[in-house]
Design a protein around this ligand. Structure first.
Ligand code: DHB
Length: 467
């Protein structure tokens, strides 16, 4: 469906545009504008495409850049169902189903039988692969501009706007958020605005520095934890709930065969370690570190020594060692923004909430958000078809429906983190109390089931909701 030009006058960018601005293209119009082309933005794009809804995705990074970012690897049963229902079933072939996890403490393994306790499994399938599947599917559906695999390269897609071939644009950086014709450059031209009007939009620049204007009926911020759209919510109406942690994870990709068949979450007197897997030849390992740790100052031998002493026990368990190929520090932060709707601007995924990595809930929450958001957008569009005027109060359903799952995941991630990590400066009492909690948890079927229910994700995303 072609995108009609926006009717309102184009603001003059000579004062508020980026200095690199060279050309200004005619404004374009779409129904749903999506800022962010990570898994959340691309899943929404894919679902909207399947529903025949006109939309545009703007992503600042290139496809390659996103593909080379390592992220967590566990998909809940419900998230796998979402992908399969959306026609993306590579996870069933290339992912690996896990029916249990191991909690390791007191130097011994304590298996949690996820499937026996809940009837559900999880899948080890890294976020990168979810992104690749979505990006490939969108490419197969012709969603990239005529420039080829990487759009927004100035070679096309912006002049002849609006068909499927322009739906996903890489290298497209949002510089301003617009509200009904007003540009608010914020201070010094930074992104900022009141985007709560009924015709939100954005100004964005392509890789050539040319500026474009996109107007939409609804604008979705799926632009990650550093979301620019989130900051356009008026502060007076925004509440942010935040929890900071005094520890982080040192994450490595190592070239070795697997050391264990299932994930091993280890609590030791030297701190936490997580043994995860990737392929026959590469594994993903993490160990607790200081948030300001510099990964470059560690030799491979030091990294292995640290991991080995955390997993060591009377059972003689040892990790298979090999070359450390990649390393980085992952910071911990829990945050929730409320509300997730301002006028016709909505936030999804990490833009709306972040969790610490323990339990790998971030991507699962983002996919669940998008499925609910797509459902609510369908109802909202239908309300317009029925009455001639869309009922914006329908959009509030989105926040109401995702809140329960978001806060469950917040609790679960914070709880698992607190139980398994040693806190810097922790008293002997606190350390013993944590150990008592772990021992009670594994000794009790109710305790194991509570953990298993949270780990596998509380059931389907739609339908029964987060029950
Ligand atoms: C992985 C990451 C996690 O945060 C987690 O809880 C489990 C697995 C991973 O990257 O494999």
């Amino acid at each position: 469906m072609p995108v009609a030009p926006a009717a309102d006058p184009t603001p003059d960018l000579s004062t508020s545009g980026s200095p690199a601005s060279r050309r200004r293209h005619a404004p374009e119009r779409t129904l749903v504008g999506i800022v962010g082309g990570g898994p959340a933005g691309l899943l929404l794009s894919h679902l909207l495409h399947r529903s025949g809804v006109d939309h545009v995705v703007l992503e600042a990074r290139s496809r390659e850049e996103i593909e080379h970012t390592h992220r967590a690897g566990i998909l809940e049963a419900g998230a796998v169902q979402v992908l399969v229902d959306a026609g993306l079933d590579r996870v069933l072939r290339d992912g690996s189903r896990h029916d249990g996890i191991v909690l390791r403490f007191d130097g011994a393994d304590h298996r949690i039988d996820l499937t026996g306790l809940t009837g559900r499994s999880v899948w080890l399938y890294p976020q990168t692969d979810v992104f690749i599947d979505l990006a490939n599917q969108r490419a197969a559906d012709g969603a990239y501009s005529s420039g080829g695999a990487d759009g927004a390269d100035g070679s096309g897609g912006v002049g002849g706007v609006g068909d499927v071939g322009d739906q996903v644009r890489w290298g497209a950086t949002v510089t301003h958020v617009l509200d009904g014709g007003n540009v608010d450059g914020g201070s010094g031209g930074a992104v900022g605005s009141d985007s709560g009007g009924d015709r939100p939009g954005v100004l964005w620049t392509d890789r050539q520095g040319d500026t474009h204007e996109l107007r939409c009926d609804v604008l979705v911020g799926a632009d990650g934890s550093h979301s620019t759209l989130r900051h356009t919510l008026p502060e007076s109406q925004r509440r942010t709930f935040v929890h900071e942690y005094p520890y982080a994870w040192f994450g490595v990709i190592v070239e070795t065969p697997r050391s264990a068949p299932e994930l091993v979450y280890t609590a030791s007197e030297h701190g936490f370690a997580l043994i995860s897997q990737r392929t026959e030849t590469h594994q993903r390992l993490y160990f607790q570190c200081d948030p300001d740790e510099d990964p470059a100052r560690w030799t491979d031998d030091q990294i292995w020594a640290e991991l080995q002493r955390r997993v060591a026990g009377p059972d003689g368990f040892r990790l298979v060692e090999g070359a450390v190929e990649e390393r980085s520090v992952l910071r911990f932060r829990s945050s929730v923004v409320e509300p997730v709707r301002h006028g016709r601007m909505l936030l999804a995924g990490d833009a709306a909430h972040t969790v610490p990595p323990t339990g790998a809930k971030g991507l699962n929450l983002a996919l669940a958000d998008v499925v609910v958001l797509h459902d609510v957008l369908q109802t909202w569009l239908a309300s317009g078809r029925r009455t001639g005027r869309r009922d914006d109060t329908v959009l509030d359903e989105y926040g109401r429906r995702v809140a329960e799952r978001v806060w469950r995941a917040q609790h679960f991630s914070a709880w698992m983190s607190g139980m398994l990590h040693s806190h810097p400066g922790e008293t002997d009492f606190a350390a013993r109390r944590r150990l008592a909690e772990l021992r009670m948890l594994v000794a009790s079927e109710s305790g194991r089931r509570f953990l298993a229910e949270g780990y596998t994700g509380w059931g389907p995303v739609l339908g029964e909701g987060a029950s």
